[in-house]
Design a protein around this ligand. Structure first.
Ligand code: SF4
Length: 317
């Protein structure tokens, strides 16, 4: 069916990383149309820098522009989900929801377990919040002509990640792809364009939004955690250890957060990857995120286009 009616709601999916922060700022500054609400799905295990960034965004950008930021968390008694991905994952008998590494079935290396966390802890609560705001909370049927336009922060260098929401009441839009580019005759902002814009606006410190112990972290991200955020590193190391010490459902092999299948505090995270060498030589921003699976998800986890699944695809290949 072709949808011709205007959206009942315009929503920004706010992952709080570089691209979605840029969208919020452009909307607040009037360079893009205003959104009715920005929704942040909280797994309960984001680094402190992300929560601080979100608080500052709310205080200095969203509130003055009259754009509410709504924080949502997943809850489900039936699935034993309390909104805290870390603690829920360490409940004895819990399903493994993170895309942890296990020994592959040939015993020759690592394979990544299917990721459920993004869907359960990010996508599901965002959908529930949108249905609520449309006036049709589950299980009420959303009428065919009622839908929300949802902005997703996809930049030109990752345009292939622009996807439909796969539910009729949600229609994804990717405003960064329609902005005039920094070069002549080019349409769309790259991640580098977003970073330059954020820096000029005083938001150069925008962090990567991803759970502290996300297995999609590459060596560089693990090193940054270890060297710059020792408390969060200790938390990830302890989580990694605890996962192997308890009975889990859904996997037979021992789970690890690092692809080396070593405990995190023994994993070879000081190994510098190909892309890291490349970025040190000046090619910092405008690269595809999927050139080196060991690098991990450069810009964290986005609810509707988790950048980490690039690494997973390569892992499975
Ligand atoms: S950041 Fe990683 S662990 Fe957290 S929800 Fe996304 S994929 Fe899962």
């Amino acid at each position: 069916m072709t949808i011709t009616s205007p959206p009942a709601l315009r929503v920004l999916s706010l992952g709080a990383g570089v691209q979605s922060t840029t969208l919020l700022m452009l909307a607040a500054a009037g360079r893009l149309p205003k959104v009715d609400v920005a929704i942040f799905a909280d797994t309960g295990w984001e680094p402190r820098s992300v929560y601080e960034h979100l608080d500052r965004l709310e205080r200095e950008v969203a509130r003055p522009a009259n754009i509410p930021i709504v924080r949502v968390q997943a809850t489900s008694n039936a699935q034993r989900i309390t909104g805290d991905l870390r603690n829920d994952s360490l409940t004895p008998g819990a399903f493994v929801r993170l895309p942890v590494f296990v020994r592959n079935r040939h015993g020759s290396g690592a394979a990544m377990v299917r990721r459920q966390c993004t869907e359960e802890y990010k996508v599901a609560p965002i959908k529930a919040a949108i249905r609520e705001r449309l006036g049709y909370p589950h299980p009420r049927r959303v009428p065919a002509d009622v839908y929300a336009e949802q902005w997703v922060g996809i930049s030109r260098d990752e345009f292939h990640r622009a996807k439909d929401a796969r539910v009729r009441y949600l229609r994804n839009a990717f405003p960064l792809l329609d902005l005039p580019g920094s070069a002549d005759n080019v349409t769309g902002w790259t991640r580098g364009d977003c970073l330059r814009y954020l820096r000029r606006a005083g938001w150069g410190s925008t962090p990567k939004s991803a759970c502290i112990g996300c297995p999609f972290h590459g060596n560089r991200q693990w090193r940054e955690l270890r060297d710059d955020h020792p408390e969060e590193w200790a938390d990830a190391v302890e989580f990694d250890r605890a996962l192997r010490a308890m009975p889990l459902r859904g996997i037979k092999e021992k789970p690890y957060l690092h692809r080396s299948l070593l405990p995190l505090d023994q994993a070879p995270i000081d190994k510098v990857t190909r892309r890291e060498w490349s970025s040190r030589q000046g090619n910092l921003f405008d690269f595809f995120a999927d050139e080196d699976p060991e690098e991990g998800a450069v810009d964290g986890c986005s609810p509707w286009s988790c950048r980490g699944d690039i690494a997973a695809d390569q892992e499975a290949a």
